[in-house]
Ligand binder design. Sequence first.
Ligand code: G4P
Length: 528
Amino acid sequence: MSDLVKEIERRRTFAIISHPDAGKTTLTEKFLLYGGAIALAGTVKGKKNSRHAVSDWMEIEKQRGISVTSSVLQFNYNDYCINILDTPGHQDFSEDTYRTLMAADSAVMVIDASKGVENQTRKLFKVCVMRNIPIFTFINKMDRESKNPFDLLDEIEKELGIKTYPVNWPVGSGKEFKGVFDRNKRKMIAFKGNGGQHEAEAVEYSLDDPQLEEIIGTELKNTLSEDIELIEGASEDFNLEAVQKGKLSPVFFGSALTNFGVEPFLEDFLKMTTSPLPRVSDAGEINPFDPDFSAFVFKIQANMNKAHRDRITFLRICSGKFERDMEVLHVQGEKKMKLSQPQQLMAQEREIISEAYAGDIIGVFDPGIFSIGDTICSPNKKFKFAGIPTFAPEHFARVRQKDTLKRKQFVKGTTQIAQEGAIQIFQEPNTGLEEVIVGVVGALQFEVLEYRLKNEYNVDIIRESLPYQYIRWIENEDLDIKTLSLSSETKLVQDFKGNYLLLFASEWNIKWALERNKGLILSEFNKN
Ligand code: G4P
């Protein structure tokens, strides 16, 4: 096997999706602990302060004590090279969160065992399903009072519409959480608590080992035997192909805080998930093992350093090997170039890299030439990757400049910020550019917009919130817009490519529009 193939084969690039507080940060940190990237747990977390360390670049972050941007962590575990894409989830939930999923080859869905499936998980799950990537479930916080594990599986299947396969099964919960039964090994893995700072000590017992009953007690032992019988009778058969196509989610139980079940999860997950997946392009599927380098832009982070007004563009490498100073082709810009200051985030540090492989994420210095979805490839093989869809914003505001003399800066600022993908801008038909409707996925993006227009473009704005919550692209190509019959709580707008869209105040209004306008086709994502 060539070095290139070996390097790509050992890569695992995934995102962790969850509702805020389910334990995504804690689990990520424990992965780093098991990977040896940090020595003691508790160094990444305490996020109010230390999240800064990961991306301490924007004034607004410092003021709010949160991270506005997502980061990427790379570390090694056994023979694997792991890239974890962080999907911001609190108030900083934004379109970036969705776009990050476009760069992942699989997703780990963390669910709080006492809460089950929650809202934000549902939204992120939808995007994963759209891409058919494998989705693994980690049911967290088993050390707290939790819902019945059978009910949790039922909830996932019914609410999300994916089949589940419990790879392991919890033994007890709350204070009585003793560990997990590994269905494949047919052994109970009993953990000993140590406060969670270090790797938890694990001992394996087979079911007929008399010591097992001593450790977990007769009641738990009996419950475990009954549960196993039930799962064996009721659950789906394991099918790796279904897992890798995103049709069956392997489920693991554990507690990220105490490290119970974290390592068994990591090991099985890394084995079951895929190495970098092929990507669709206008020249057919691009094989990750193709030696020619290719990548696409999935994220742009502006103003990392105010003094230089620089931007960092994040590329997901899709095939081959990247070498520093190599010549590449920026397809959309029709330009050959060298990528400047390629860097990678290793745990909390940013470092300049000299090589990277398919599956890796690199950040490059961007003087303002890249847009979300752009393709960068080897000059001898020109093609374009399929674009990144535009996701439906959920908050809308009408925005205009306070000082009409600043029109030029306002237009430049809103257009550039939209081009970076931080906001989406729309217009009511027949209005000028001095007033736009801004749509965002997370409400904080309005503040980011206001802050950046003031600081980078010297423009103060007036922002008026609009009551709309839903947006749909009109898919019909030959529709005469003037014939549409719309309720007073619906607004027709255009995006900057000229596509028509509808803004709705409620789901009821969407139904109304569909009923009144037979043949109208509306879509939640825009793939153009
Ligand atoms: P998030 O990134 O998904 O938002 O969640 P995060 O890991 O920050 O965890 C949210 C809270 O849940 C944290 O407590 C964390 O310590 C706790 N937690 C995470 N995993 C477990 C678990 O397995 N068991 C239990 N019992 N708790 C868990 P916090 O008090 O909000 O934050 P902190 O003050 O500890 O940082």
